[in-house]
Structures are given as C-alpha cells and as structure tokens.
Design a protein around this ligand. Structure first.
Ligand code: ACO
Length: 338
C-alpha cells in the first residue's frame, strides 16, 4: 500500500462541452469516410467542436466554475490550479494562469501539465501530493482541450477521432480510507514520434513552409498507438490496484480514457470487468484527450453510477507516450456510505 499523510479525494466535479455537434455524416461531406467505418472502427458517432472565438481556457473555466459549485467552495479557496492540456491557448503563458484570471482565483498558484490524454490522471496524482503533504488544502485539476483547432480537417486518419470539451475537479481532504488509494504513472519517450504536432516549438519554429506543409496539425500513427494502448491500459490499472492493496476483482467502476471503443473493450476484458461497470461516452464526444476522463466521470456521477464506498479506477494513455492510472474509494459528502 502506498504510504500517505492525508487522504485526498475529489470533493467537487464539473464538465462542459460546446453546443456544436459534428456527426459522422457531416464528416462524410469533407473527407472520404463513412459513418459505418467510423462507428465500426472507433465507436464514435458524433463530437463537439467550439466556435472559432472560443479557447481552451474558456472551456476550462466553465468546467471549473461547475466543479467549485459542486464542491461548495469559492475560487478564493483554491490554492493551486493545474490544467492538463495538449491544446493550450498559447505556448505561454500557461492556460492555468488564464483560467486563474477568468475564475478570479487570485490566491492560487497555477501551471500546465503536458502528458497528452493521460494528463488529467497525471494531474490528479500531482495535485494530490500538495494536499497530502499539507502544503495546500484545495487544488483544482482541469483537463481541457480544443482539439478541433489542431486537427488537419483534410486527414481522415485523424479528423474523425477527436472532439472538444473540459472536465474539472476540486481535490481536498476526505475521511481516512477514502479518496486516492493507489496510482501508477509512466512514460516511454521513445514513442514520442507516434503522436505529435511537429512544428511550432523550438525544434521546428513556425515558418511559411511549415504552415504550407501542414506541420502545425496533429499527426498520429494510429495503429502503433492502438497497440500501445491495448497493452498499457490493463497493466497500468493492475499496478495502481496493486499499489492500493486491491485487485481487479475489487473494481466497481472503470473509467478509461475515451479514445476508441475497441480499446476500452479490450481494457475491460483484460481486467475482467463487465461492460456494465465501464463508463463509455466516446460515441457522443470522440476523443477529448485530457478532458475525456473527467467528462466521463461527471457523466457517471450524474447517472448515479458512483456510490460512496465504490472502488473507481481511472486509466489513460496518450502522447509522450504516457500512461496513468488512479484508484479511488469514492466519497462525496452528504451521500450515504455503502
Ligand atoms: N474513414 C475510412 N477509412 C479510413 C479512415 C476513415 N476515417 N481512417 C483510416 N482509414 C483507412 C486507412 O487509410 C486504412 O486504409 P488502407 O488499408 O487502404 O491503408 C484502413 O482504413 C485501415 O486503417 P487502420 O489504421 O489499420 O485502421 P484501424 O482499425 O487501426 O483503426 C484507428 C484506425 C481508429 C486510428 C485506430 O488505429 C486507433 O484508434 N488508434 C488509436 C488512436 C488513439 O487512441 N489516439 C489517441 C491517443 S491519445 C492522445 O494523447 C491524443
């Protein structure tokens, strides 16, 4: 069992998706694809996209306001804001600083965390450390993305897969034995080339040529990422459960990163978790990267799928390559304990 000083858990949650829906039928009009291919290979039916004037920090701030309200705290109570994103408003300043200003959390420290689709689960682990050590009391962890802005809408291999959205949680102290019980974080930087935006950083600064060559859009070797995901999802969850002194048989609810229904089903099979215990909403939102796990979790809570005392496993994988899993014993104040 991983040793800790205080028990830390999610004390409030909120999410936000833009209103605009792009269906698979809409995509048939812009790239050579079909609703049948997309549903069959990914499970995605539609995704949300922002209007051009809306940024990642806007979505993050909307989700954060809801999480604060759910937790019954104000922005003034927040000591730290962590935004996990692959689509920051700008290279710098951090999106977390922009969110800090938008929600008026003037006492909070703020930074971004880059771990691709694993970013939210990474953020939970990082944020919880500050509370466990007693340095901070309340930490806001947000996963937010406007992937529609970095997609090459002429590339059918990628543009059908992703969507925009945000999810946020407030972390705080919970009764002993509840909250985060075990975690597993990992990375394999040798796979960095498999999922990337090649230009716009120090390696290949923006030039007319880089723009013309579409180097500022997301590029992915889908089948390699698929194989990696199939392997790592189950392994990471098992390690986190082991660190919590639990096993796959203890799982009441599995909330995997929502990238592809086939990956989700494979993870569930490896963990021997029946699909009734797995939260799936990839059909409605596509892959929202760092936002996908908190979006799915918020939906699960609204649908009454999480009861106090339940063992919940979050597991994600993403660009880096990275993976992250977090095992929690669910606790929400005011709800009866099972
Ligand atoms: N419509 C129709 N055909 C398509 C489409 C499309 N939208 N996209 C690809 N195809 C074609 C390919 O061109 C290929 O054709 P070819 O055989 O003539 O070359 C064929 O379909 C099969 O392609 P595969 O790549 O083998 O298809 P696969 O079954 O592997 O599915 C997919 C592709 C959905 C991308 C899958 O590999 C996948 O989900 N990978 C993981 C992606 C992922 O999760 N990424 C997110 C990582 S997290 C992060 O940090 C952002």
């Amino acid at each position: 069992m991983q040793e800790k000083n205080k028990s830390v858990g999610i004390i409030g949650i909120g999410s936000y998706v833009p209103d605009k829906i792009i269906t698979n039928k809409d995509l048939e009009k812009i790239v050579e694809t079909s609703d049948e291919w997309i549903v069959d290979r990914t499970g995605i039916k539609e995704r949300r996209v922002v209007e051009p004037n809306i940024t990642t920090s806007d979505l993050a701030a909307y989700a954060a306001e809801k999480a604060l309200c759910d937790a019954g705290v104000t922005a003034d109570d927040i000591d730290l804001i962590i935004v996990a994103t692959a689509t920051p408003d700008m290279l710098f300043p951090s999106t977390a600083c922009l969110v800090q200003d938008k929600i008026k959390a003037s006492k909070a420290a703020a930074f971004d965390l880059s771990a691709g689709c694993s970013g939210f689960a990474y953020g939970l682990v990082v944020g919880s450390q500050f509370i466990q050590t007693g340095l901070y009391k309340k930490v806001l962890v947000i996963g937010a993305e406007t992937l529609s802005k970095i997609l090459d809408w002429t590339d059918r291999n990628t543009c059908v897969l992703f969507g925009d959205g945000a999810g946020a949680v407030v972390l705080g102290e919970v009764p002993a034995g509840y909250g985060i019980l075990g975690v597993d974080l990992g990375a394999d930087g040798s796979g960095g080339e498999l999922l990337k935006i090649p230009a716009g950083g120090s390696r290949q600064p923006a030039t007319v040529e880089s723009v013309t060559a579409r180097q500022h859009f997301l590029q992915m070797s889908g089948s390699d990422v698929f194989k990696f995901a199939i392997k790592v999802m189950g392994e990471a969850a098992i390690k986190a459960l082991d660190n919590a002194g639990l096993s796959n048989e203890d799982i009441d609810c599995l909330i995997p990163h929502q990238a592809n229904n086939r990956i989700i089903q494979s993870a569930a099979k490896r963990l021997k978790v029946p699909m009734e215990k797995v939260v799936v909403n990839v059909d409605k939102y596509g892959n929202t990267s760092a936002a996908s796990i908190p979006l799915a979790m918020d939906e699960a809570i609204k649908n009454d799928k999480l009861q106090n005392g339940d063992i919940v496993v979050l597991v994600g994988f993403g660009a880096g390559l990275t993976w992250a899993s977090c095992v929690m014993k669910w606790y929400k104040e005011g709800k009866s304990i099972v």
